[in-house]
Design a protein around this ligand. Structure first.
Ligand code: DX5
Ligand code: ZN
Length: 210
């Protein structure tokens, strides 16, 4: 299992310090949520933050683009230090182009769908990507409740893609919900509010031990 703590819930005033705690506690990835106020109602942060943070950590930068027409910015996010880029299937009419742009730079290619979007909508891309991110909340905000209806999509995808394929889940994962995500076949776990609290190290370790 790979744990990818989401900095959306971090204290941005001491971001590098908090990220170092995540790294020292054994998490392998860092989940970086980019929101544009169009694809999702909220706005977060973008390239300058990623570029600054890149100097302070060797963690794998798992960039989750919640933006319209991601093809406009994929190169810029890679230049800023992304190791993997996940874009939303619902946000672009050029899925093949997005995959190619990320592949060309030898970065991990992820495609994501919202809770209501059927798996069938990305069927034809499954063999071209390294990871599918199944959203377990409606994208846009941290601290929402895990939508258990998504469990059956996780199971279906796991059956289809075999043991090694990366299935990421994002939203509402904490010490109470992580087990159902893992049991159904998720192997890359995003957690925001469950990690960036008063005990970052302890929270990472407890989630990693599941
Ligand atoms: C939601 C983001 C998530 C968010 C998860 O749109 O994609 O990565 O930070 O936060 P928690 O873990 O608090 O649900
Ligand atoms: Zn995310």
């Amino acid at each position: 299992m790979i744990l990818s703590p989401s900095i959306l819930s971090a204290d941005f005033g001491i971001l590098a310090e908090q990220v170092r705690k995540v790294e020292n506690s054994g998490a392998q990835w860092l989940h970086i949520d980019v929101m544009d106020g169009h694809f999702v109602p909220n706005i977060s942060f973008a390239m300058p933050v990623i570029k600054s943070l890149r100097k302070y950590t060797d963690l794998f930068f798992d960039v989750h683009l919640m933006i319209d027409k991601p093809e406009r910015y994929i190169d810029k996010f890679i230049e800023s230090g992304a190791d993997g880029i996940t874009f939303h299937a619902e946000a672009t009419e050029n899925i093949d182009e997005c995959i190619k742009m990320i592949r060309l730079k030898n970065k991990l290619v992820g495609i994501s769908i919202c809770p209501e979007t059927p798996l069938s909508s990305i069927d034809k891309y499954l063999d071209k990507v390294d990871m599918v991110l199944l959203m377990t909340v409606h994208p846009g905000y941290g601290g929402q409740k895990y939508i258990s209806d998504v469990n059956k999509k996780i199971r279906e995808l796991r059956e289809k893609m075999g043991d090694e394929f990366k299935i990421q889940v994002d939203g509402g994962i904490n010490e109470d919900t992580i087990d159902e995500a893992l049991k159904n076949g998720a192997n890359v776990i995003v957690a925001g509010t469950a990690v960036f609290n008063d005990d970052i190290e302890g929270s990472v370790k407890r989630l990693m031990n599941r």
